[in-house]
Design a binder for this molecule. Structure first.
Ligand code: PAF
Length: 281
């Protein structure tokens, strides 16, 4: 595996590689969820390029940024074993060139200011800023993003169509622990009791999706799911049903839906999503 630390090294290395390349952007702290993204990328033609960069601007809590797992050497080994051809692991200077990103330029009303954007102001703009910089620097033909961060995926699709040439975005399904908990770097911060309770998030969303499929009104299903989470010991920020492609409020004719939730458990903020279809009647 080739390891590049600077944009200049990356540019030089890429001139010797095939033009088709699939990007897997990460912030490190790699777990089985990330490895599944790499597996998706390996199905594409050309090389697999991973990035490891912890973007401080997308953390709204400085403590969260400080606590984010940094284990570069282990991560490089995991990437190498997973079959990554080239890893770009730059520092802040290489990514931003000494200037903080102009986050205002990445505001998309109705996208960066709703759901996660409402509870973590600035987070999605900073994600858009870093992804767009990494797209510029790595010039991929395709990129893989996990469905777990569903709003990020929808946002990135928007950025990707504006790239010249457009970048194909591949959505990788959520990878779950045996009890249903979505894999996340944050899970390791759950104490044993919270870890057991945490699976309740996915169960609750699954149950809500099933009840909507059975005809329950969307608003009522959202409300019930929110209340169930509170009873299970979560502090939910939101439980929302949205149209799956646009993340708009669902219209009665929409058939492809997602139910998204963010909830804290013993101070650890967990995200989950369940995608489901309604049969036309
Ligand atoms: O999903 C992530 O790990 C990050 O948001 C990403 C896409 C690497 C941008 O920093």
């Amino acid at each position: 595996m080739i390891l590049c630390r600077t944009a200049a090294q990356l540019e030089a290395a890429l001139t010797r590689q095939p033009e088709e390349r699939t990007l897997v952007p990460t912030m490190g702290g790699l777990h089985a969820g990330h490895l599944s993204l790499i597996e998706c990328a390996r199905q594409c033609s050309g090389i697999v390029l991973a990035t490891v960069f912890v973007n401080r601007h997308q953390f709204d809590d400085p403590e969260d940024f400080a606590n984010y797992p940094r284990e570069e050497e282990e991560d490089f080994e995991r990437l190498r074993q997973a079959g990554v051809d080239l890893t770009y692991a730059p520092d802040e200077q290489e990514v931003w060139g000494g200037e903080p990103p102009r986050l205002e330029a990445f505001e998309i009303p109705g996208m960066t200011d709703v759901l996660e954007g409402q509870y973590r102001p600035g987070h999605l703009r900073a994600v858009a800023a870093v992804v767009s910089r990494l797209f510029d620097q790595t010039a991929p033909t395709a990129a893989v993003f996990g469905e777990k961060d569903y709003q990020q995926l929808v946002l990135v699709r928007r950025l990707a169509v504006e790239c010249r040439p457009p970048i194909r975005i591949i959505a990788a399904p959520v990878v779950r622990e045996p009890d249903g908990l979505a894999m996340s770097s944050r899970n390791r911060r759950l104490d044993p009791q919270s870890r057991e309770q945490a699976a309740g998030l996915h169960r609750t969303l699954e149950a809500a999706a099933e009840s909507i499929k059975d005809g329950l009104d969307v608003e009522q299903a959202q409300r019930q799911a929110f209340e169930t989470l509170v009873e299970l010991g979560f502090e939910p920020d939101y439980v929302e049903v949205r149209e799956a492609d646009s993340l708009c409020q669902p219209a009665p004719t929409d058939r492809d839906l997602v139910i998204l939730a963010a909830a804290r458990l013993s101070g650890v903020r967990l995200l989950d999503v369940v995608r489901f279809g309604l049969i036309l009647s």
